[in-house]
Design a protein around this ligand. Sequence first.
Ligand code: XMP
Ligand code: MG
Length: 181
Amino acid sequence: MTKDFLKVLLAENEISARVEQLAAEISKDYTDKEIIAVCILKGATLFYSDLIRRLNIPVKLDFMAISSYGYGTESTGEIRIKKDMENDICNAHVLIVEDIIDTGCTLSNLIEMLKQRRPASIKTVCLLDKPERRKASIKPDYCGFVIEDNFVVGYGLDYAEKYRNLPYIAILEPKIYEKTM
Ligand code: XMP
Ligand code: MG
């Protein structure tokens, strides 16, 4: 499978060390508060499960699945909720957990939508940020790693549903996606 990758961008130990730091920062900022941590399926699942087990504040778990309209490798402005969360977030502190912010369209639309439910606060944590391709003016409150504009897979991230289970993050060999486009 390693022939599918240009290189490993983030090794397992680098990811876990950074997740530990993020969890410490988040726990400190939310001292004496309870949060609802919302995992954005499916890409954020590995990051989410590693992050929440390191938080030392009360956490309620919840999950959302969203699809952005549009085809190809870029998302457009609109989003559709495929699976909504179960908690009522009115007056709650919400932390959205995302895998990667690219154009920022998905997250900025999601935040606007969730604000209408009147949470006490809403913040975002993303494992990866690709600021080069940003279209929507959005900055995550917490970010694991800022990366260059390459298509990455592993640790939850996929290409055509593959590679999500890898414990590291790798840059996908462009031949893999050029073949099928
Ligand atoms: P936005 O709306 O910020 O979209 O453009 C973010 C979503 O796009 C997907 N995405 C990627 N998925 N490797 C992936 O596996 C990547 O390099 C990548 N860049 C963007 C991802 O679903 C994310 O939630
Ligand atoms: Mg995603």
